[in-house]
Design a protein around this ligand. Sequence first.
Ligand code: GCU
Length: 432
Amino acid sequence: MRFRFAAFALLISLAMNDEELFAADDLPPPNYDEDKVGSYLLPDPLTCLDGAPVVDAATWTSKRRPELLELYRREMFGRAPAKPTEMTFEQANIDEQALGGLATRKEVLIRVAPDAPVIRLLLYVPNKRPAGKPAPVFLGMNFDGNHTVDADPGITLVEAWQYDRATKTESQVKPDELKRGASASRWPLKLILERGYAVATFPRSDVEADYEGGWRHGLRGYYLKKSGRTEFAPDDWGAIGAWAWSMSRAIDYLETDASCDAKRVVIHGHSRLGKTSLWCGAEDTRAAIVISNDSGEGGAALARRKFGETTIVLNTRFPHWFCGNFKKYSEKESTLPFDSHELIALSAPRPVYVASATEDQWADPKGEFLATQHALPVYALFGKKQAAVERQPSPETPIGDVVGYHLRTGKHDITEYDWRRYLDFADRHFGR
Ligand code: GCU
């Protein structure tokens, strides 16, 4: 009976088109008409809450940046715990001749406390390194398990929790049901390693399974229990906050690994994980370069532009991503005390690269582009003068020196084209 109901619900949801799905969730349909975006006024990154202008880098760093960070913590991503004091790193499964001798593979078990859920970091370090120097690192989370990033049979299979919207049930997916190398097109390891970069990644579900009740199995649940509470406060971290915080824990490990250059860590993420990398870059100044791939609403796209996904959609479909306070901004984007140009600017003066895709209108490519340009005045404070570009560039025409941007032809994805741009950007900024 239960199975028949589940199959029926699944069939119904598969048969529904986008408009019907929106109606089912009682959500306003998305706008894709540029003429209907309307006018909006962006908050000025260079005006403090008390009205004082930010005229130099010192005022940005000591006053405006901390107040913006505080606003972002309180109203959107939530507050994360301090850096743990009893963290341990356990190296396992080392293969010095992985990927046909191209790299050394390690798996590092990161424990933020002895009884906390374990973050399983997969690391490939190129064996060919000039004068044995430590390698700069591309660090980013993966969606479905370390073993999905490459077919390398040596990667430990990773299980994950998942939720079925149709049947409203959660279950643990056994590792053997998830395919080795299933996401390999998003992780061109050979290309990255041959360019001299290490690759570090861990699965999102090690930190938090990605659905409303997923926190019970992850780090947010662990810390909540430790605090003796059963409910999150309105400014406690959401899943994206927890993912971003865990990226910082991976940087903590990289700082201890002599084969990696922890001063040259490029953090990156696709889509919801791009929202995560932007927030990690804002919070953790050790992220030397920050990359957002198709991060859209809640990431690089300007929230005040009514195009594609909106705040009410984020809050309805992914209520666990942001903190409780963020709920009050559903359909009230103009009352947000910040917008995404400021999320990008929080990484200044460190380089940021934002990428969009032509067929990813849901993520509002134009809104992502505009945010990069509106972040530039903050970079100028640091002497990083990049002239703003008025019109969104054509596909396959990367722009920008310290704040890079490109629009790629194609779907919501991360492809070799994107990766080549990120590698070129990192080479340029690391002087390689
Ligand atoms: C959905 C969601 C987006 C998110 C994307 C993803 O489309 O609406 O906000 O970026 O999933 O993570 O793939």
